[in-house]
Write a new protein. Structure first.
Length: 336
């Protein structure tokens, strides 16, 4: 059995990468089955020597340095294309090595000691029912844990529909007037484009409105598939694995088939590159994904005021919510 771990890291992520590699090494050594392992790290040319030093504990490693300029805001098109390009190079190297499993780990995700072992177990479940095994972690924005429901038209389903939100009267009025102008057949193309942009801003403000009740109250009125884990599977945590419609790529184990399909051709930077694989490569091929909440990753993120911080994930230890997923924000330290 051959397992390739692919990590991408640019200069600005070398500090999290140091901890990521330490945690990844622990997870690899924890797996009791015998296998050949290769670490593949893709970075920029200026960072290659530093990355090679950080990865020196991995006997079989391949550090790939490419010409690139780190630019663009997170989750904007230029940035997303950059990430997809780095991962594409790494995935190609893993396939060329002939891996049986491809483990995608992102430099800002700190995997638990049993991440690889539980992921392998889930790809063996029911003679390979799942082809993609994902260990969850808190989102970049500090909202929910990744995983949940979605569809081809809406890759991550809305947690709350507009009808389930407390929308102020003046915001509803803005929306209705905007809709009316868009429906005006005499409106010029230029004006219609302006109205579409205005409507997008209005919808974003509506999304930030509070719900009319908690998810239990809303589901009692009409159950629906919600997008993010905290609302799609309330109270999930220790001991659980669920089927998920979408995954990230921060701690994701792919079967050989899933790895063979992990190409970004056609991706234009709209949406995230992981969702592109989910809905344009894996779902059309009939693959199924699981989200592991029994064990959980930490996530290193950039805070505008505090710099690098860690969303430390854990399971509640007592009370009525014992075992449920939780996280707290802590300072980021390399501890060395």
């Amino acid at each position: 059995m051959k397992i390739a771990t692919v990590i991408v890291a640019t200069k600005s992520y070398l500090d999290p990468l140091e901890v990521c590699l330490r945690r990844t090494k622990t997870a690899i050594e924890h797996e009791s089955a015998e296998f050949d392992h290769r670490l593949i790290v893709v970075t920029d040319k200026a960072s290659k020597k530093k990355v090679d030093d950080l990865a020196s504990n991995f006997e079989d490693r391949k550090i790939i340095a490419i010409e690139m300029e780190e630019s663009g805001e997170h989750y904007k098109k230029d940035r997303q294309i950059l990430i997809a390009s780095l991962q594409s190079v790494g995935f190609d190297a893993a396939r060329q090595w002939g891996c049986d499993y491809l483990w995608s780990v992102e430099a800002d995700v700190l995997v638990p000691y049993n991440a690889l072992s539980t992921s392998l177990q889930m790809l063996e479940f029911d003679d390979g029912y799942y082809d993609v095994s994902f260990v969850t972690y808190p989102s970049q924005g500090g909202g929910s844990f990744l995983g949940g429901h979605g569809s081809y038209t809406n890759p991550i389903a809305e947690d709350y529909l507009p009808s389930e939100l407390k929308i102020p009267w003046w915001l509803e009025l803005l929306r209705d007037k905007c809709e009316s102008r868009i429906e005006d057949e005499d409106l010029s193309h230029e004006s219609r484009e302006i109205e579409f942009a205005r409507m997008q801003r209005v919808r974003e403000r509506i999304k930030k409105c509070p719900p009319k009740g908690n998810v239990f109250e809303l589901n009692a009125k009409g159950w629906r598939r919600r997008g993010w884990l905290n609302n799609s599977h309330v109270g999930i945590g220790r001991g659980a694995v669920i089927e998920t419609d979408w995954t990230g790529l921060g701690c994701t184990l792919m079967s050989k088939k899933a790895a063979s399909l992990a190409h970004f051709d056609g991706y234009d930077g709209g949406g995230t590159q992981d969702l592109y694989l989910n809905w344009n490569r894996w779902h059309p091929a009939g693959l199924k994904f699981c989200c592991i909440t029994h064990t959980v990753c930490d996530h290193v993120v950039r805070d505008d005021k505090e710099g690098l911080v860690t969303y430390k994930s854990y399971h509640e230890t007592e009370g009525e919510t014992k075992g449920h997923l939780r996280f707290r924000k802590t300072p980021f330290h390399k501890f060395k």
